[in-house]
Write a protein that binds this ligand. Structure first.
Ligand code: ADP
Ligand code: ZN
Ligand code: ZN
Length: 683
């Protein structure tokens, strides 16, 4: 019998391919009949014996040669030839991600596929393919027409349509300037160009912005749309992934993981809110979906549009030096809608009561009188971030983490937001028995309680991760606000994103100061983006006759801080340029390339010892290796964590060093858990 050798990538930490045998001449089946086996192809999935288990692998090469001795060579079990092969382009994308993020190809490529494809039976796949074949794209009886674009939108759409080859566009548009419309009309042109063209639209979080999905469906009647995000059930995920892979779905709307979808006819990529931190995967393969999107567009020589009101400094710098083309939308798109007026309330002069200063309380009254909505932004859920005993100084710390237990009064729980530990709220101090335990600080639940006392007639509503834990409840909650059944909305960052609240004229940030002095140098960039975004929820419709002007109030102890002044002037340009100057002087990203080595151990010292050993195990010309330090939140769930920062002004130099370094570290065979993150965002 004749065979070929399949070189296969598997989801294992071993950085190599695995060889398996596959017959190329007729073989006898269980009934003794001779059948010709399917011809394997690169990019096909294949079921393999691996140790005592069976694993799905991806065929990377087919050869007639192997170095594995015949006695050890195993036969592949089943070829998934029902599924069209994954393309060279897709494998190249995975290969790039694997190289860049220093992982084996198999650890990138296989987890990027739906789980049901990797562990499911051939019959599951066949059933799904049959179901898809019957599926026709939904026809909407009265789809939404395209609105006429304003001149800056038109210029942006023309510029994007005029792109030939690789030329990323940074769509820099204030909140409410109609960036979505630019995406949709650009997408429409691409879809009209060729019958098969696919467009990928990435958003930070789908569940928080169901409006966008609806708008797309209403606009593109007769075109199949697939969605891909982590909240989907596995069965559903497989269906949508297959629709994209077969080219049936032509618009793919997804979160970061969608960048690794197989899209055989991809012709354009849109990244909405490109600055958003959720594009960075924070575990496993710590990739940046934005960066991969730009690479993918480059490889395919197709347009990529990065949209934001507060672009990341990385993209801003690219635009500055002309690598990206900057397209600007300076005004709000809705007629007569203007950007809100931003004012600061000096908390040194106006002492807050229940977290609210008098000018803010008055501003809320004015909204209630006119039947308009207010949004209070407080990025801290729970009742209070900690409870304490005045008598002996005890405070509610988590026994397993470097963190406080947060008081959740409604559920009568103290809860750790990092390891999930929870207990009942103690009736008396565990140390001295004092029964008078005090909540310190204010979370959204406590704010809600206070507001209901101050405004007993108002309909107060809270949206945060606790109030929307059940599936579908976030969408329902936002619906309640849109329907006007809410007067005062309290929310965490969940409410900052993308929502088009038509009747909201007041936004207040209650406690933004803490981020001003964070150790993390990206904190101010993030704070600005967040405040700009939440501020952008106000005044999205034209001011009503006799109604309030739209306002953003910021309660602060630092009214002179330049960040707030840039915010008042809606001047992201200046803020970003100043920050970039600072970063350049201090040799920080985007003028420096970084990687972090993280180690975890039961004892902090073991983690630090490992990092010290790592710091000294390789030659490093042109690379700076910093002192190992404990992470700012050192302990999580009884594990101590430390990190080591390495950096270089040259990306290739850093990449070359990392490759050798990681191989050496693997050779140390340390038993503790470690990992390398490229372009870390939390340092
Ligand atoms: P952004 O994403 O830039 O914050 P949106 O895309 O949400 O802004 O648009 C804000 C509002 O402007 C939406 O209600 C949208 O329907 C409206 N809009 C966008 N473009 C136009 C246009 N050309 N004419 C009228 N209204 C528009
Ligand atoms: Zn006590
Ligand atoms: Zn904990």
């Amino acid at each position: 019998m004749e065979h070929c050798i399949l070189k296969v990538a598997l989801d294992t930490p071993l950085d190599r391919f695995f060889d398996y045998r596959w017959p190329t001449s007729a073989v006898a089946n269980a009934d003794g009949e001779f059948v010709t086996p399917a011809l394997p192809q690169i990019g096909q999935l294949v079921l393999l014996p691996f140790g005592r288990q069976q694993l799905m692998g991806l065929i990377i090469a087919i050869s007639d040669h192997t170095d594995v001795p015949a006695a050890k060579l195993k036969d592949a079990l089943e070829l998934r030839s029902q599924l069209p092969s994954l393309s060279e382009e897709w494998i190249a994308l995975c290969r790039f991600a694997a190289d860049y993020y220093q992982r084996p190809l198999g650890e990138v490529a296989l987890p990027a596929l739906p789980r049901n494809l990797r562990v499911g039976k051939a019959t599951t796949l066949e059933r799904n393919l049959k179901k898809l074949a019957k599926l026709a794209p939904a026809l909407d009886a009265n789809p939404n027409p395209e609105p006429a674009l304003n001149p800056s939108q038109k210029a942006a759409v023309e510029a994007i349509a005029g792109v030939t080859g690789f030329a990323p566009c940074l769509l820099y548009g204030v909140t409410g300037s109609g960036k979505t419309e630019v995406y949709l009309q650009s997408a429409a042109r691409i879809l009209a160009q060729t019958e098969q063209a696919q467009v990928l639209i990435l958003v930070p979080e789908i569940n928080l912005t169901p409006q966008l999905e609806n708008n797309i469906r209403k606009r593109f009647s007769g075109i199949q749309i697939a969605t891909l995000h982590s909240g989907m059930a596995e069965g559903e995920r497989l269906q949508h992934w297959l629709a994209a892979h077969l080219g049936q779905a032509r618009i793919i709307l997804g979160t970061r993981l969608a960048i690794l979808a197989s899209l055989p006819h991809l012709k354009m990529i849109v990244i909405d809110e490109e600055h958003d931190p959720s594009y960075k995967q924070q575990e496993g393969l710590r990739y940046s979906a934005r960066d991969l999107a730009v690479w993918r567009a480059h490889q395919l020589a197709i347009p990529v549009v990065l949209g934001s009101a507060t672009p990341s400094l990385e993209s801003w710098q690219h635009a500055k030096v002309g690598r990206y083309r900057k397209l600007e939308l300076r005004d709000r798109a809705v007629k007569d809608a203007v950007l809100p007026v931003v004012r600061l309330i000096n908390q040194e002069h106006e002492k807050p009561k229940d977290g609210l200063t008098t000018p803010l309380i008055n501003a809320i009254w004015r909204r209630l009188e006119k039947g308009e909505q207010s949004l209070l932004f407080l990025n801290r859920r729970g009742y209070s971030p900690v409870i304490a005993c005045d008598a002996c100084g005890w405070i509610s710390d988590c026994a397993r983490c470097t963190a406080h237990l947060v008081m959740h009064k409604l559920e009568n729980k103290l809860r750790c937001h990092h390891c999930g530990y929870e207990q009942r709220i103690p009736r008396h101090c565990p140390t001295c028995g004092n029964i008078d335990l005090q909540p310190l600080g204010r979370g959204t639940q406590r704010l809600e309680e206070g507001l209901k006392l101050i405004f007993p007639e108002a309909r107060v509503f809270r949206i945060d991760a606790d109030s929307t834990r059940l599936k579908g409840s976030a969408a329902a909650a936002f619906d309640t606000v849109h329907k006007g059944e809410v007067d005062i909305l309290i929310g965490t960052q969940m409410v900052a994103k993308g929502h088009d609240f038509k009747n909201l004229t007041l936004v207040a940030a209650l406690n933004p100061d803490s981020a001003l002095f964070s150790q993390d140098y990206r904190a101010s960039e993030r704070l600005f983006a967040q405040l700009m975004q939440v501020a952008g929820r106000a005044g999205r419709a034209a001011q009503k006759e006799g109604g309030n002007i739209s306002e953003v109030l910021i309660q602060t102890r630092y009214p002179d801080h330049p960040l707030y002044h840039a915010l008042m002037a809606h001047d992201y340009d200046r803020f970003a340029n100043d920050l970039l100057d600072e970063r350049q002087h201090a040799c920080m990203p985007p003028f420096m390339y970084q990687a972090l080595l993280r180690a975890e151990a039961k004892e902090l010292q073991s983690a630090l010892d490992f990092l010290h050993q790592a710091a000294n195990c390789c030659a490093h010309v042109g690379i700076t290796i910093h002192e190992p330090i404990p992470m700012s939140m050192t302990r999580v769930a009884n594990v101590d964590r430390a990190q080591l920062l390495v950096e270089s002004v040259s990306r290739p130099a850093l990449q070359a060093f990392l490759k050798e370094w990681i191989a050496t570290l693997r050779g140390l065979k340390s038993r503790l858990k470690w990992g390398v993150e490229i372009d870390p965002v939390d340092i």
